[in-house]
Design a binder for this molecule. Structure first.
Ligand SMILES: C[S@@+](CC[C@H](N)C(=O)[O-])C[C@H]1O[C@@H](n2cnc3c(N)ncnc32)[C@H](O)[C@@H]1O
Length: 232
């Protein structure tokens, strides 16, 4: 999967996306939101916001920014935001692996059904950690392979085919999170079929920078390095 193919695939989905992936994944979106009791003025970033199916679920007292590669998906999200008068939401076209935001711009960064739909999940994780404030929350809602070896083998086998449809099926939570300065707070299986996970992490990048300084890496370059993550 590369940037052009992802953009092309999701632009083609835009008009039918809600019918294909709306209801089936809505319980996951609701489960993600049910976990939070955001403080007033919390700043949320949703990467890969798509048609904005999660947008109505954010509390209105929070600031929400949504970004996506596909202008066509964003058009659908804009229609939704307008129809529902979501004045606390702003939407921008941006690549999640190369964001324009300053470091520490958000309190919570959410990727719903996205981390396996991006060309480079490491670049996206690096950017999510960078733009999230220290001790802020990073939330991944996604299908991940689990410990069942037979199922994992099937998921690996079908992954090249699924890539043509815009997502891969061969990534595990550990592959996505290993090496990043995040502490997992929750890894809950969610519907449908318990094959999807809601993973909530705390951003521990301060400790990564301290660690980088100890081993002689300039703190500004720390996000480019892999340092074993803290587990809680
Ligand atoms: C499966 S959809 C998920 C949409 C939405 N979050 C939801 O809950 O249904 C994946 C979205 O990620 C977007 N995407 C993929 N790679 C991206 C990237 N590098 N930067 C920003 N958005 C990206 C796609 O355009 C698509 O809209």
């Amino acid at each position: 999967m590369n940037r052009e193919s992802i953009e092309r695939i999701y632009s083609a989905y835009a008009r039918v996306y809600d019918r294909l992936f709306g209801r089936i994944f809505q319980s996951g979106r609701e489960a993600a939101m049910a976990r939070w009791s955001p403080n007033p003025c919390e700043r949320f970033l949703e990467v890969g916001v798509g048609t904005g199916l999660l947008l109505p679920l954010y509390p209105r007292h929070c600031e929400v920014t949504g970004i996506d590669l596909s202008e066509k998906m964003l058009e659908e999200a804009r229609k939704r935001a307008e129809a529902l008068a979501l004045g606390h939401v702003s939407l921008r076209r941006m690549d999640a692996s190369k964001m324009d935001f300053e470091d520490d711009s958000f309190d919570v960064v959410v990727a719903a059904y996205v981390i396996t739909a991006v060309p480079d999940h490491r670049a996206v994780m690096r950017e999510m950690i960078r733009v999230c404030r220290p001790d802020g929350r990073i939330v991944l809602l996604n299908h991940f392979t689990n410990g069942n070896r037979l199922l994992a083998a099937c998921e690996k086998a079908i992954s090249p085919l699924c890539s043509r449809l815009g997502f891969r099926t061969d990534l595990s939570v550990d592959e996505v999170l290993d090496g990043w300065p995040v502490a997992i707070q929750c890894d809950a299986r969610i519907r449908p079929f318990g094959m999807w996970h809601l993973v909530e992490c705390r951003n521990r990048k301060k400790s990564m920078q301290a660690c980088a300084a100890r081993i002689g890496i300039p703190p500004s370059a720390a996000t480019a390095y892999s340092i074993p993550r803290a587990r809680q």
